[in-house]
Ligand binder design. Structure first.
Ligand code: 26Y
Length: 834
């Protein structure tokens, strides 16, 4: 059943809903309604919701086609979507109707929501950001499509062995049919790999690329409903398939295995998401993923543009392409290839088009995350693109590049600055030579941005400094990240959402789309009754989390304690080690107290969750074993306990975040580009303990420094400290005795075989690149201030309210509008308003 639409999305009565769900049970699932399990009921409900979204989706796409506006495309190798059903029901404003309908069928909507598997096609921040931006684009009526890969396996499932090691299992998220995707078998493109590229003219003109392997890219569409609008955008994910079922020649020659092998190698391209963030490996399959995806996406974008009947000169007036980090940088030489080899454009003209279409966002300044591809690998897989990259290098160096750099160098009295040229080159010398993707993305894009004020400054003064001096600073900007308040407040914290609407006396559809409206909550911080309701909701969210842990892991969590949460990918720079060392320190202090004094201590529960790059390090093991010891210590367990929650996911975050009193964002200053979970916690009234890094800084600017617990050295000091460590090392025993004590306890075997942790402990004792020692004292002091502040619960709740109230800036609506206006030059195209 498809019903008539209105401005709020879709209108449906409960009777229609039950009919539609039962209909899907019988037809789409071919099952009987009377012996249906939760999974079946979920699938039928999802298909019924999908029908509603499809009406809007079709209308939106038709509207965009008719209006022919400029469109933006968000190219991201990761989209960490999480679950869809609840989000879709809320954005369509159909949740209460479906709740009733599902009830009438004898099921509970809450149970059905739990049946859905997360779409976990991303590692962490960068992938979740892409998902938030899609939600905001649709909600703001912006004609934006996402392009990504349909991985058969998303981010691995994390299991923790009894010893505390991370084990990785595949994530077969598509095993139960995915109701949210629409296969488009008819939308497909051929993508070539390997082969030969033959230049057809002198200089850097056309070439003919032939031979090699051809693989088919098939489109799967995922509908992205906006909030309180009919606009429903599209996320197009590509799946790789063999061009023919298998290689007929080998097959006929009796070489069955050979025939199947080539078809397997095509399917392998989109089989799995690479689980490393921040560390590159130069794997051939990853390069193939990147090209497969950019080639298919560009072919699709160009086909859509050509349907407008415009001349190719106008391409930048109709298309903006956002590169989510350097992962899609091959789109730059690929568009050059299409314009030169297929459209027969002159090289300079093609370059002018290219450099007006692309925009590039950098997400990290960590050197190990900067992508470089070996030239021999690139020549082998993408011979034509390697030629083009050399052409870009030659042209940019001889014509404009070198000339202007030379002039500037003269001005600066650095005549013949060869080092600068070497630094800026697209090719890094060495064995082998490597293509620097950030340099390519930078010179091939119209504008470049970082993801928080500090980070954007660091991009401009460190990794892309030479380019700022060359192009001028106006090519560089900042768009501070944001999060969607639909998922990260309304969906994950429905009680708080309701309290906000009833207090402000505005419908949530209004403040959810203009988050600055939360500001008016500040005046209720003085209202005792309001504070009590606010605190009671936090308490119930803590109980909800405790219940979740009890049912999934079997632990009983003390809900009278302060909840302290650190959830994010495990990485040395994020310093989960600093946190666990702090926990041990607290434990040792508790042990030293008399029972009478201990009773005065505010109980605290510390939660960790996060995945580590496979085979990476020992932090999880330490956390798990510290938990084993301290949770079992009868002297202290009422005052301090610790949990490592396995298999962190978007859905787990939705339960953890609303329950937190305090969360930790404690990266070494200058290393966390932005962070986005910091925003999620604060939006839900959790306070933040953190370093002066990334978006923490801007959060403090908005909510007031009195509401944030800052500690640690500042960015400018970090380099000096590292220098000192190198040339004037001070042993930990001298530099920080309390930390030395903690490390000695670990080595001494308090948490099991100390030898296991030697590598971990030694990173701190020697070198200490991430400055755990330098920041330890200040960290412990910050945590003591947290304890003290928590004692005055009234003040604490005021802080919590004022924090939420001042988070307006961090809506991803603001961020995406910034991109639309300052980068893409895009207008909203609301459906049904003209
Ligand atoms: C090249 C490959 C190894 C690679 C793959 C994934 C490199 C990096 C990544 C992911 C990076 C990432 O998630 N960065 C995070 O982006 C967030 C959104 O901008 C930021 O909030 C966060 O600080 C940053 O670490």
């Amino acid at each position: 059943t498809v019903w008539k639409t209105n401005m709020r999305g879709v209108d449906a009565d409960v009777g229609d809903i039950t009919k539609s769900v039962v209909n899907h049970v019988q037809t789409s699932l071919a099952r009987q309604a009377y012996n249906l399990d939760n999974l079946g009921a979920y699938q039928a409900a999802a298909l019924s919701v999908r029908d509603n979204m499809l009406v809007n989706w079709n209308e939106t796409q038709l509207h965009y086609t008719r209006k022919a506006p400029k469109r933006a495309y968000y190219l991201s190798l990761e989209f960490l979507m999480g679950r869809t059903l609840d989000n879709a029901l809320l954005n369509l404003d159909l949740k209460s109707q479906y709740k009733d309908g599902i009830n009438q069928l004898g099921f509970s909507l809450e149970d059905l929501l739990e049946e859905e598997r997360d779409a976990a096609l991303g590692n962490g921040g960068l992938g979740r950001l892409a998902a938030c931006y899609l939600d905001s684009s649709a909600s703001q009526d912006l004609p934006v499509w996402g392009y990504g890969l349909r991985y058969k396996y998303g981010i691995f499932q994390q299991l923790i062995s009894p010893e505390g090691n991370q084990l990785e299992a595949p994530d077969p998220w598509l095993d139960n049919q995915n109701p949210w995707e629409l296969p488009r078998i008819d939308v497909n493109y051929e993508v070539r790999f390997y082969g030969q590229s033959e230049r057809l003219s002198e200089g850097h003109g056309r070439a003919l690329w032939t031979g090699g392997q051809e693989v088919l890219a098939v489109a799967y569409d995922v509908m992205i409903p906006g909030c309180n609008t009919r606009n429903t955008n599209n996320l197009r994910l590509w799946e790789s398939k063999p061009k023919r079922g298998f290689d007929l020649n080998s097959f006929n020659a009796g070489n069955y295995e050979g025939a199947v092998e080539s078809s397997n190698s095509a399917a392998a391209i989109t089989s799995v998401l690479y689980p490393n963030d921040h560390t590159t490996f130069g794997k051939e399959l990853r390069l193939k993923q990147q090209y497969f995806w950019t080639a298919a996406s560009l072919a699709d974008i160009i086909r859509r543009f050509k349907n407008l009947g415009k001349s190719i000169n106008e391409f930048p007036d109709y298309v903006a392409i956002q590169l989510n980090d350097t992962h899609p940088t091959l789109a730059i030489p690929e568009l050059m290839r299409i314009l030169i080899d297929e459209e027969d454009l002159d090289w300079n003209f093609a370059w002018q088009i290219v450099t007006n279409v692309f925009f590039f966002t950098n997400h990290t300044v960590l050197p190990e995350a900067l992508e470089k591809w070996p030239v021999p690998l690139m020549e082998h897989i993408l011979p034509r693109h390697m030629q083009i990259i050399y052409d870009i290098k030659a042209v940019s160096n001889t014509n404009t590049f070198a000339a202007r750099i030379f002039l500037q160098a003269v001005e600066k009295k650095f005549p013949g600055d060869r080092e600068r040229l070497a630094r800026m080159s697209l090719i890094e010398e060495g064995f082998p030579k490597q293509v620097r993707m950030a340099n390519l993305a930078c010179i091939g894009s119209r504008r470049i941005n970082g993801v928080a004020e500090l980070h954007s400054k660091l991009v401009q003064t460190t990794i892309l400094k030479d380019f700022v001096e060359f192009f001028g600073v106006s090519k560089f900007g900042n768009v501070t990240n944001g999060i969607t308040p639909r998922r990260w407040l309304d969906q994950c914290n429905p009680e708080l959402s309701k309290l906000i609407s009833s207090t402000l006396k505005i419908d949530k559809s209004v403040w959810l789309k203009d988050l600055y409206k939360l500001k008016d909550l500040v005046k209720y911080a003085a209202d005792k009754g309001f504070r009590a309701e606010w605190a009671a909701i936090k308490q119930r969210n803590k109980e909800r989390l405790a219940h979740h842990i009890e049912t999934t892991l079997g632990f009983t969590v003390n809900t009278n304690a302060m909840f302290d949460v650190q959830i994010k990918r495990l990485h040395e720079y994020k310093r989960q080690t600093l946190n666990i060392l702090g926990v041990i320190h607290r434990y040792l202090e508790l042990k030293a107290l008399t029972p009478a004094l201990r009773k005065k201590v505010n109980p605290k529960v510390v939660f960790f969750a996060g995945k580590a790059a496979p085979a990476f390090f020992k932090t999880i093991r330490l956390i798990v074993n510290v938990a084993r010891v301290i949770n079992a210590d009868p002297e202290t367990k009422d005052y301090l306990s610790l949990y490592f929650l396995p298999d962190y996911s978007v859905s787990l975050a939705e339960v953890l975040i609303p329950a937190s009193d305090i969360s930790q964002h404690i990266s070494t200053a200058g290393t966390e580009a932005s962070g986005t979970s910091n925003m999620k916690f604060c939006l839900n009234g959790g306070l933040l303990v953190g370093t002066v890094d990334g978006a923490n800084i801007e959060i403090a600017e908005e909510v007031g420094e009195e509401n944030v617990f800052f500690f640690g050295h500042l960015t400018p000091a970090v380099e000096d400290l590292r220098y000192q460590h190198m040339y004037h090392p001070v042993p930990v025993d001298e530099a920080c005795p309390p930390l030395a004590n903690v490390l000695n306890q670990i080595s001494g075997g308090l948490f099991g075989d100390g030898g296991v942790y030697e590598p971990l402990v030694n990173t701190i004792r020697q070198g200490d690149y991430y400055l755990v020692t330098d920041d330890f004292d200040s960290y412990i002091r910050a945590l003591a201030m947290v304890d003290e502040a928590y004692l005055d619960r009234d003040e604490w709740v005021k802080k919590s309210i004022c924090t939420t109230a001042n988070m307006g800036k961090f809506s991803s609506d603001r961020a995406i509008m910034d991109y639309a206006q300052e980068y893409w030059n895009l207008e909203p195209i609301p459906v049904g308003k003209d």
